[in-house]
Structure formats: structure tokens, C-alpha cells
Design a protein around this ligand. Structure first.
Ligand code: TEU
Ligand code: CA
Length: 559
């Protein structure tokens, strides 16, 4: 058992824009976070990951950075940051920053220079190519729609942007870019931050050859994420980053790695590869996608989810470390997605989902509001939305082509769009959920009068209290952090069942993903009936033969 603090931590993700507004302009800010640190301390988490807080024109809500050494004006000042960091540290809370260095904003000084002329000293900081037959250099398509290339008049060349045109990709093959990024990282480490969550770090190393990729039926562009993920030099660059920066500090590092495979993850997050502590993999986020990707109302395929989660659990064991998440600022609310957000089952299914995740091996991440069982809102009109991905989708499918009806697309956005996770944090039942005294930048979910932190703190049976207990249990029992994992009853359509084992101890974790009572498979019932006590559960009196609707219970089999 190789102990590390970041293996034992529970991380809480803050999306600063939606967390707490201190000055009534409707936008969350750093002072707001400082005001709410005691809430986080009480919850028991040990690390806060802040989505980007740097200077940004906000084309993609801070994931387009124009100055890495300055704070976004709406969020406050560098003094506010220093104050927040100190206040967090005084409470024993660590602060992890989002590091967005696959791309910058098109308003970053480097890019403003780079686009001026072919011989500008910053030209090579980005990826510029000549037109081919008067067109884009390749048929690559960007993440949020359209081509991944943008033409600029100044020099008659195209630059690469895997996200929106205002997010030009940096050229990591240029050593000057790597040095500039590493020294910026070091500057923040010197300030005393405790780690980095690295945005799309799997996409930084581009292919050696820029050429057209095969197109699927009826496709106009080839999705660039499939082309650039895990590129030829990505591990070399991360090892360099580790050697030049990360290894000099005691940090938590987690790479967002869309398109990562198990084999690649063993390199990014290997115990002896000197790269990162862990990665976010996204395979399990696709179990309700279809051939057209995430924009579908397809429901959860539980056996597939179990297969994917279990594969990551077992195959990384002893070799690399997992991160565990259901929610983040890009994903719908888990209780609405794979639980049941009706009044009857919201609380109970949110607790079941939490148990399923938090009893696994890896570092759990809680996204703001998840600990309250916050739900997806319903968006009726695209004017209620903010996210560039949703706006582009709507324009492509409704406004420009009429391929889908407004109602269809709004239903899908309400189910899968990124704004579902971004509605303001629900603090109490006062106006605007106590998030702001002004007009919130994105409307508060009207259910805040029922679902909010203040009432859940008072209610001993709330989702909040349950999360608090789960987080405390992880600190108490090494088996939750370090125990080895085994899936039982893989084919069962409704139940997610697994054990954890550490030396002589053994836990049995049972989760019913359905709204009906489920009889336990025979072998499992036999184990459960000999249990030596309940570690945690969401029903008062669990029965060793069956699980009620959305019931979860974790038994000690040996203690
Ligand atoms: O997300 C990268 C990523 O893979 C997402 O595009 C994801 O597939 C998508 O959001 C699902 O809808 C990161 C950030 O988390 C995201 O907020 C940024 O927009 C993106 O990078 C660009 O920086
Ligand atoms: Ca504010």
C-alpha cells in the first residue's frame, strides 16, 4: 500500500461563475468562494479544484485565457486570490487550479503577435498552415462544430483551433512554448497553490503529418479529438513538465484526457512514469451516447457502465491511479441523468449514485451542488442558454438547417447540455437561492426553494448529510481508499454490485439503479446474509435478500 495524500483526498470542484456572488453583479467571484470556505470545510473535503479564474474574454467561460498571470475581472483581483488561498490553507483546504494550455484565447498577447506576420517571434507559438487548393489545410472538425481551421487575412494562412476559433491551439513542439508554460506554472506554484487539473492535456501533441482523415457517412469534417488524442510526443512533454516543475512541489495533478485508453492512462498516471497523479477518462460518460455522439435521449445501459468502470478499476490497480467522477461543469447532473429526480426518488437515488462512486478505488471528485442532489433545469428557449457548444448546436440543427425541431433540440439540451451543470449553486430559499443579490448570469433552477444547502444542513437525512458521511468514512477506513475491487453479477441489468478487499477486511457494495424492488442474485444474498454490519446505506433497515427502489447498502463482510 503506497500511501499518498492525493489518493486519500476528496476533491470538490468549483465552477466560480456559478458558486457565490459577493457583489451583486450576478457573477460568482473569488470573494464569494472565500465566504463559503467554511461550508466546504464542514462537508469534509480536502481539496478544491477551481475551474479557470484567469483573465479571459469568456468565449468559453474562462477556458480561453488571455493572461495566465491575471485574474478575470468579474472574479476579482490577485489580492482576492491571495486572500482566498490563505483562507483555504488556514482551514486545511488545498487549492488546485485549472491549467488550460492546449490553447490560449485569440486575445492572448502571444496570439495577437503571432497572427501579425510570418516572421513574428511568436509565429511558431501556434500552428499555421497554408491553404490547400484554396481551402482548409485538412478536413478536421472542431469540438464545438465547424472546421478546426480559421483563415486570417494578415498572412493568408490558417491556424488550428480544436475548440472555437477564439481558442487557437498552442504549438507544443516549439520548446519556447513549453518553457513559457512551465515558467507560468512555476509562478503559480511559488504562490503556494497545491496542484493542477490540466484541461484536454491528451490533445497537446499534434500528429507529425497534417492530412485529411477518413470521413464517416454524410460527415463533412473528421472529429479532431480522434486525430490528436495521445499524440506522438505527449508523454515526453509531460515528463519534461514533471521534471521541470511538478517534481519540485508536492502537488495533486490530474489530466483531463478525452480519448484516453487504459494503456495510455498507465503512462499518464503510472506510479513510476513521472507524469501525472491521475487522469479523467471519459469512457463511462458515453454509455448514454449513440452513433451521433452525446446529443441523444438514450437511457443508461447499466451492464455497459459496470463493464467500463470495472475495467478501469481492475486494470489500473497497482499500476496507476483512478479519478472517480459522475459530474463536472461539462456533464449533466447525475441524479437527473442516471438516477431519478422525481420528488419521490431524488434524494434516495442521489445517495445511491454517490455510494456507487465513492466506494470505488480512486480519488473522488464532487462537483458543486452534487452534494445537494441538484438537478438539471429545463431550458425552453435557446435564449435562456449561455454555453457556446449549445448555441452552436442549436444554430446548426435548428436556425440554419431546420434539420430538427426547436422542441427536440431544447429537450436534448435540457438533458445533456453543459448549462445543465452550470446553474447557480443553491444556498438557501431566499431570492436567487442566496447566490446573488442581483440578476444571475444564468437563471437559478426554480427548485431551489426545495433543494438548497441551508435546508439540507438542517435535515439529518439529506443528500448533503449523506455525502458528508461518505467523505468522513473514506478518511476513517483505508479499505475504501486502497482496497482491491471485484465486480459481481456483471450481467445484472439493474444492480451494480462489487466488493473491496484489503488484507483481512472486505466490503460488499450493493446499488439498485432501478425504481423497482430487486431480489439479490443467490450468491450475493448468501454473502449479504452473513454480513458483519452496515457501513452505510440509504434505507433504515436493509434486507439481505433484496434491495428497494434505488436502495444502496454497503456491508462489512469481514472487518
Ligand atoms: O473539455 C474538453 C472536452 O473534452 C469537452 O469538450 C467535452 O467533450 C465536452 O465539454 C462535452 O460536451 C475541456 C473543458 O472541460 C471544457 O469546459 C472546455 O470547453 C474545453 O476543454 C476547451 O477548453
Ligand atoms: Ca460578482
Amino acid at each position: 500500500m503506497d500511501r499518498a495524500w492525493w489518493k486519500e483526498a476528496v476533491v470538490y470542484q468549483i465552477y466560480p461563475r456559478s458558486f457565490m456572488d459577493s457583489n451583486g453583479d450576478g457573477i460568482g467571484d473569488l470573494k464569494g468562494i472565500t465566504q463559503r470556505l467554511d461550508y466546504l470545510k464542514d462537508l469534509g473535503i480536502s481539496v478544491i479544484w477551481l475551474s479557470p479564474i484567469y483573465r479571459s474574454p469568456n468565449k468559453d467561460n474562462g477556458y480561453d485565457i488571455s493572461d495566465y498571470h491575471a485574474i478575470m475581472e468579474e472574479f476579482g483581483t490577485m489580492d482576492d486570490f491571495d486572500e482566498m488561498l490563505q483562507a483555504a490553507h488556514e482551514r486545511g483546504l488545498k487549492i488546485v487550479l485549472d491549467l488550460v494550455v492546449n490553447h490560449t484565447s485569440s486575445e492572448h498577447r502571444w496570439f495577437l503577435e503571432s497572427r501579425k506576420s510570418k516572421d513574428n517571434p511568436y509565429r511558431n507559438y501556434y500552428i499555421w498552415k497554408d491553404p490547400v487548393d484554396g481551402h482548409e489545410p485538412t478536413n478536421w472538425g472542431a469540438f464545438f462544430g465547424g472546421s478546426a481551421w480559421e483563415y486570417t487575412e494578415e498572412t493568408g494562412q490558417y491556424y488550428l483551433h480544436q475548440f472555437v476559433p477564439e481558442q487557437p491551439d498552442l504549438n507544443w513542439d516549439n520548446p519556447a512554448v513549453r518553457d513559457a508554460v512551465f515558467s507560468m506554472m512555476d509562478w503559480w506554484c511559488q504562490k503556494g497553490i497545491d496542484g493542477f487539473r490540466m484541461d484536454v492535456i491528451s490533445l497537446i501533441s499534434k500528429p507529425e503529418v497534417y492530412e485529411d482523415a477518413p470521413l464517416g457517412e454524410g460527415e463533412r469534417y473528421a472529429f479532431c479529438g480522434d486525430i490528436t488524442a495521445n499524440g506522438p510526443h505527449v508523454h515526453e512533454y509531460l515528463q519534461e513538465m514533471n521534471q521541470k516543475v511538478l517534481s519540485h512541489y508536492d502537488l495533486l495533478t490530474v489530466g483531463e484526457a478525452s480519448g484516453v485508453t487504459i494503456e495510455e492512462a498507465k503512462k499518464y498516471a503510472g506510479f513510476d512514469t513521472q507524469e501525472l497523479n491521475m487522469v479523467f477518462q471519459f469512457e463511462h460518460m458515453d454509455v448514454d451516447s449513440d452513433e451521433n455522439g452525446k446529443w441523444t435521449l438514450k437511457s443508461l445501459d447499466l451492464p455497459l457502465l459496470k463493464k467500463i468502470m470495472s475495467k478501469w478499476q481492475t486494470e489500473l490497480e497497482g499500476k496507476a491511479w483512478n479519478s472517480l467522477f459522475w459530474d463536472n461543469h461539462d456533464q449533466p447532473r447525475i441524479v437527473s441523468r442516471w438516477g431519478n429526480d422525481s420528488e419521490e426518488y431524488r434524494s434516495i437515488s442521489a445517495k445511491m449514485l454517490a455510494t456507487c462512486l465513492h466506494m470505488m478505488e480512486g480519488t473522488p471528485y464532487v462537483y458543486q451542488g452534487e452534494e445537494l442532489g441538484m438537478t438539471n433545469p429545463v431550458f425552453h428557449d435557446i435564449s435562456e442558454c449561455d454555453d457556446i457548444e449549445e448555441i452552436n448546436l442549436y444554430r446548426n440543427l435548428v436556425t440554419e438547417t431546420g434539420a430538427r425541431t426547436k422542441e427536440d433540440v431544447m429537450a436534448i439540451i435540457s438533458r445533456k447540455g453543459r448549462d445543465t451543470a452550470r446553474t447557480p449553486m443553491q444556498w438557501d430559499d431566499s431570492a436567487n437561492a442566496g447566490f446573488t443579490s442581483g440578476k444571475p448570469w444564468l437563471a437559478v433552477n426554480p427548485n431551489y426553494t426545495q433543494i438548497n444547502a441551508a435546508s439540507e444542513i438542517r435535515d439529518p437525512d439529506s443528500v448533503y448529510q449523506y455525502y458528508k458521511k461518505l467523505i468522513a468514512l473514506r478518511k476513517e477506513h483505508d479499505i475504501i481508499v486502497y482496497g482491491s475491487y471485484e465486480l459481481l453479477a456483471p450481467e445484472d441489468e439493474n444492480l451494480f454490485i462489487y466488493t473491496r478487499t484489503l488484507e483481512k477486511q472486505k466490503l460488499l457494495s450493493l446499488c439498485n439503479f432501478s425504481g423497482e424492488k430487486q431480489i439479490l442474485p443467490e450468491g450475493v444474498a448468501a454473502l449479504a446474509s452473513e454480513n458483519q454490519g452496515v457501513l452505510i446505506g440509504n434505507y433504515d433497515t436493509p434486507d439481505a435478500e433484496y434491495l428497494g427502489p434505488y436502495e444502496t447498502v454497503v456491508y462489512w463482510l469481514q472487518r
